[in-house]
Ligand binder design. Structure first.
Ligand SMILES: Nc1ncnc2c1ncn2[C@@H]1O[C@H](COP(=O)(O)OP(=O)(O)OP(=O)(O)O)[C@@H](O)[C@H]1O
Ligand SMILES: [Mg+2]
Length: 186
């Protein structure tokens, strides 16, 4: 089963491609409510209502390299198979919020997977974008700010390549410390 971390990577790439300078990825795992919620908010170019309807149609995309856009409609399909749904709120010129909900205990729900890998790759792949990552579980919460990482790099006078694996390790450890036992987190 494909990891949700890869779907999240796809959705965040849309935000990057939409020219966002600020992207927030917020994951909320609430065992008490049997819900997993993933929100991706950006300040990119946004979409009008008609476009929002069209992008959820699996046969529509604005990409010229391929005729079929899959990211959003595919994730919506997965969410619906897990007793949840995907919704988009967007305003042209202001930004977009993609909210995806899953029933936590659905047998069809893919594991969250390696969020540390996805987040660090996103940050290092788009250095001019300010990324925030917030992850909440019933056991606690963790936030990560890409500008904080750049500050640490500047302090230590080190290069991006030197920070890649320590940053992934740091996020992994933090996520482990708040992992709910019942959930397929990495
Ligand atoms: N955050 C966003 N801001 C503005 N436009 C967006 C955003 N997300 C998606 N879109 C628009 O919706 C279209 C569909 O997105 P989707 O991820 O489903 O497919 P794609 O990016 O076109 O192709 P794929 O993800 O399969 O490579 C995008 O091409 C883009 O025009
Ligand atoms: Mg896409």
């Amino acid at each position: 089963m494909r990891e949700l971390a890869l779907n999240i990577l796809d959705i965040v790439m849309n935000s990057v491609e939409a020219g966002a300078s600020r992207i927030i990825v917020a994951i909320d795992e609430r065992a008490s409510a049997n819900r997993l919620c993933v929100r991706i908010r950006d300040n990119g170019r946004g979409m009008n209502e008609e476009m929002v309807q069209r992008v959820l149609d699996p046969f529509v995309t604005t990409r010229t390299t391929r005729s079929v856009g899959m990211g959003l409609s595919m994730l919506r399909q997965i969410a619906r198979q897990c007793g949840g749904d995907l919704t988009i709120r967007s305003q042209p010129g202001r930004g977009t919020l993609v909210t995806t909900m899953f029933q936590l205990d659905s047998l069809n729900r893919p594991p969250i997977g390696d969020m540390a890998e996805s987040i660090v790759n996103l940050i290092l792949g788009s250095l001019d974008v300010h990324f925030f990552y917030a992850h909440k579980t019933d056991a606690g919460s963790f936030t990560f700010d890409s500008f904080w990482l750049f500050g640490r790099m500047a302090e230590r006078n080190c290069q991006i390549v030197e920070m890649t694996s320590p940053a992934k390790k740091y996020i992994k450890e933090k996520l482990k410390s708040i992992a709910s036992k019942a959930i397929g987190s990495a």
